[in-house]
Design a protein around this ligand. Sequence first.
Ligand code: DX5
Ligand code: ZN
Length: 215
Amino acid sequence: MPIVAPSLLSANFLNLEADCNMLNESEADWYHLDVMDGRFVPNISFGPMIIDFFRKATTKICDVHLMIVEPEKYAEQFKNAGADILTVHIEACHHLHRNIQQIKSLGMKAGVAVNPHTPVSLLSDILHDIDLVCLMSVNPGFGGQKFIPHTLEKIKQLRKIIDEKSLKVQIEIDGGVTLENAASIIAAGADVLVAGNTVFKSANPKETIAKLKAL
Ligand code: DX5
Ligand code: ZN
């Protein structure tokens, strides 16, 4: 059964409480919270202050995806805001190992996200130190984009590397996940499905989450 992590980027920000209540009552496992700085990605979303509100609205795991440069400057703020998992982009970190040590020393689980063009082989020397790899299946920055099919090949490659090393690192797929492609994503070896538009733009979000869980 996959872990389902709805992305609140696609929620209704005029009435977040209703969307949080829906998620809390649903089978969703994690809140996926997308932080964008307008520098690493061509969009700006929200920061620690908003995450603090989400933290107060749920007991579910807060999975914070940082699409920002210099994430080390803000790791402590995200910890204080209530992040359980903090994911940084390999492309944004000159000293990735140091960034991961910082996240773990603050008491959070550590994730590394990779853009569609970044080979998964670049992760082999950091996999021992992390809890999660977030494979971007769209170019980061916006919800509602189309799944890049080559991601399936990357999932298989990464699954093999993780299994060969007997590690417990989770593979999270982020971007363009739908009810139609989710089964093939899981079959390729993914553990966590992020879903923004598929959940929040559906007629019955709770039912959609249940369908993703049932895959
Ligand atoms: C994109 C974000 C995603 C996004 C996913 O940069 O990291 O988490 O919200 O949205 P959908 O599922 O609509 O592609
Ligand atoms: Zn994300």
